[in-house]
Design a protein around this ligand. Structure first.
Ligand code: C2O
Ligand code: CU
Ligand code: CU
Length: 479
């Protein structure tokens, strides 16, 4: 079966927003899609790896003419791709060379909050550095790193801070999927920016409380990218790294592709589709097969009607392998019927956004959940269908399962583990959440301006029978 629709409610697509900024095809020469290099460990043994990450300011040639002032992790914009092996003990030194406080949030990693997780309680002040360490025990997945200081996450991401973080585990490594980074296993970070006349980005000028947007697609920091295809199959690790924009992806010739992974794990089974909508912070891994193309053909990736990347086909050798029908087995136990359902409400638009009728407060802990307990969370978006928007709901520090949408089956491509789920206006999405580490974790809408605007809360997971640890929490005076 080939799925040919976007699944989400059409009436809620961002193109209906009053402030929607349509994309414009940039009239600049083609540029090779930038493939961020892989961050090398400073040192590595069989059991441990040491890394240094630096948040820094720089300049990037994005358009002809003046360079754009940008921020990045060890690079001028975005960051090097980080690869963590499950089971390895990682030591990461976080350096801040920016002129302001930042944090290093591991979106999608199962690490303890609130400090290692890098949410708003883990500041690294300008000129300072901090070392964290953790061992991952989670499925192989495409995750990411971004800043999370309250309330300037949106502005710091807009300035360029975002890096892909690939989690590698043995079962994924052993599958017959493209694995050659930069050759047939390609990071695709989708963003949009507003280039002012001097080629600069001006966050304040283009600010929108429902999420800043720009008319220029920027992919891996590249405007008008082309990618040279030298293998019959390629795997794209797609990340919606935009502050607000949703992407409705499809290829020329309606070329079908196979989604093999979502945010936090492989899918149980591959899903063949021609269209894919991805909301802020979500990831999707897809495999494309160019068997019906030959050298000098071009295949274009579009969002709605706007071309994003041109794939230029070169000679390749035939690849007759097939994607395994079973990619991943989920072992999560069922929820005990005596366990209460946690109700979470995302409401409002613009400055009025709230979570459970409240605005986020750094020193207020909104909920608790014992580690190991499987619990349903019912996430409701109370926006009305006509003028509402999709709110992408995200939980730190764990992976969850999507159980239902308004009581009906989830979309066919959301059966794996996820950490972010788009909730349509008027919809209640049931997810199954458990924490496996004690800590303090944030949960929020991942439209970054909604998060900064207070559509966020925090939950403490705890070891049953143990005294609740007290955390040192940030407040506005320490910012
Ligand atoms: Cu991408 Cu609070 O996270
Ligand atoms: Cu996160
Ligand atoms: Cu939102």
């Amino acid at each position: 079966k080939v799925f040919t629709d976007y699944f989400f409610d059409k009436t809620a697509f961002n193109v209906h927003d009053a402030a929607y900024v349509p994309l414009v095809v940039p009239e600049v020469p083609e540029t090779k899609l930038l493939i961020p290099s892989i961050l090398k460990p400073d040192k590595e043994t069989a059991t441990d790896a040491w890394y240094t990450l630096t948040a820094q300011a720089g300049e990037t040639q994005m358009l002809p003419g003046a360079k754009t002032k940008t921020w990045g992790y060890g690079t001028s914009v975005l960051g090097q791709t980080i690869v963590y092996q499950v089971g390895k003990h990682n030591h990461v030194t976080l350096q801040n060379q920016l002129p302001e406080l930042t944090t290093f949030h591991w979106h999608g990693l199962g690490v303890t909050g609130p400090y290692v997780d890098g949410g708003c309680h883990a500041p690294v002040y300008p000129g300072e550095s901090k070392t964290i360490d953790f061992t991952l025990n989670q499925p192989g997945a495409t995750t990411w790193l971004h800043p999370h200081p309250c309330p300037s996450t949106a502005e710091q991401v807009w300035r360029g801070l975002a890096a892909m973080v690939i989690v590698k585990d043995d079962s994924e490594n052993g599958l017959n999927l493209p694995h050659d980074y930069g050759v047939d296993d390609i990071p695709v970070i989708l963003q949009d920016r507003f280039f002012e006349d001097d080629n600069q980005w001006d966050y304040r000028k283009r600010y929108d409380p429902d999420g800043i947007q720009g008319p220029t697609p920027v992919i891996n920091g590249t405007v008008n990218p082309v990618f040279d295809v030298t293998t019959q199959k390629i795997r794209l690790r797609i990340l919606d790294g935009a502050n607000r924009r949703e992407w409705r992806l499809h290829f020329s010739d309606d070329l079908p592709f196979v989604q093999v992974a979502g945010d936090s794990s492989l899918l149980p089974h591959p899903v063949t589709m021609t269209h894919l909508m991805i909301t802020c912070a979500e990831r999707a891994e897809i495999v494309l097969d160019f068997k019906d193309y030959q050298a000098d053909d071009t295949v274009t990736l579009f969002t709605d009607d706007t071309p994003l990347i041109q794939f230029k086909i070169h000679e390749f050798s035939a690849n007759h392998t097939t994607i395994p029908e079973r990619l991943y087995t989920i072992h999560t136990p069922e929820v005990d019927s005596n366990t209460a359902i946690r109700k979470i409400v995302m409401s409002g638009m613009d400055e009025m956004v709230m979570l459970d009728g409240k605005k986020f407060e750094m020193e207020r802990i909104d909920a608790t959940q014992p580690i190991g307990l499987e619990q349903y969370w019912d996430i409701t978006n109370t926006n009305d269908m006509k003028d509402g928007m999709v709110h992408p709901f995200h939980v730190h520090g764990t992976e969850f399962l999507v159980i239902s949408r308004n009581g009906k089956a989830p979309y066919p491509n959301e059966h794996g583990y996820k950490d972010t789920v788009g909730v349509n206006p008027g919809e209640t999405v049931r997810i199954q959440v458990r924490f496996y580490l004690p800590g303090l974790y944030m949960y929020h809408c991942h439209i970054l301006e909604h998060e900064d605007g207070g559509m966020m809360a925090q939950i403490q997971s705890f070891e049953p029978g143990q005294p609740l640890p007290q955390y040192e929490l940030m407040n506005m005076d320490k910012m």
